[in-house]
Write a protein that binds this ligand. Structure first.
Ligand code: NYM
Length: 212
């Protein structure tokens, strides 16, 4: 008997778009409807690499820009065996940020091209669906102050948004743009429908390779 695989679903967006809230709600809703689902997030700050990244983000240490980019990518690669295992067991993974954040944030720094930034993540398990939670920077600002971590400034986030827009032009990735300025529940019901359709469509397909 062949087992139907789970879907790899990614939520992306600039800070304050509501990714984490929506990932949690989505996992709960899928589980309640009898579909095995788990949440993951990147960076995964629990591994040794993740701890280096976390102290970098908290400004407790400084890392050279290329180096930290490669660490973010390594943090994804170290979780790949686990991700594949879960997908093959039929568990849908709902992932809060992925390689797209990796590319958008590093390439928002001076002298980093999109192409260079994509390379280390080429061949990662390809998401069956990437939902981009779209939120105008001025609306994001109304949602409250940014935190104190690295990258949490309006100017930087505006450049990150532009990099995401460049990445979304790539038709090899199944991007869906979600208007995140609406209420949590309305955004959730849109996301849930897209996700259920994706689970049904991808269950018999092999897991793809990103940017390959
Ligand atoms: N970030 C996240 C990167 O710069 N590169 C990456 O590859 C990933 C996955 O880390 N500002 C940045 C985006 C966020 C920060 O924040 C992680 P959070 O709140 O843990 O999602």
């Amino acid at each position: 008997m062949s087992c139907r695989r789970g879907a790899l679903i990614v939520l992306e967006g600039v800070d304050k778009a509501g990714k984490t809230t929506q990932c949690k709600k989505l996992v709960r809703a899928l589980q309640q409807s009898g579909r095995p689902a788990e949440m993951m997030r990147f960076p995964d700050r629990t591994t040794q690499i993740g701890q280096l990244i976390s102290s970098y983000l908290e400004k407790k240490n400084n890392l050279e820009d290329h180096t930290v980019h490669l660490l973010f990518s390594a943090n994804r690669w170290e979780l790949v065996p686990l991700m594949k295992k879960k997908l093959e067991q039929g568990i849908t993974l709902v992932v809060d940020r992925y390689a797209f954040s990796g590319v958008a944030f590093t390439s928002a720094k001076p002298d980093f091209s999109l192409e260079w930034c994509k390379h280390p993540d080429v061949g990662l398990p390809k998401p069956d669906l990437v939902m981009f939670l779209q939120l105008n920077p001025s609306v994001a600002a109304e949602r409250g102050e940014f935190g104190t971590e690295r990258y949490e400034t309006s100017t930087f986030q505006r450049t990150v948004q532009q990099r995401f827009e460049q990445l979304m032009k790539d038709p090899s990735v199944n991007w869906k743009v979600i208007d995140a300025a609406r209420s949590i529940d309305i955004v959730h019901s849109d996301i849930k429908v897209l996700c259920e359709n994706t689970i049904n469509m991808s269950e018999n397909l092999p897991i793809g390779e990103l940017w390959k």
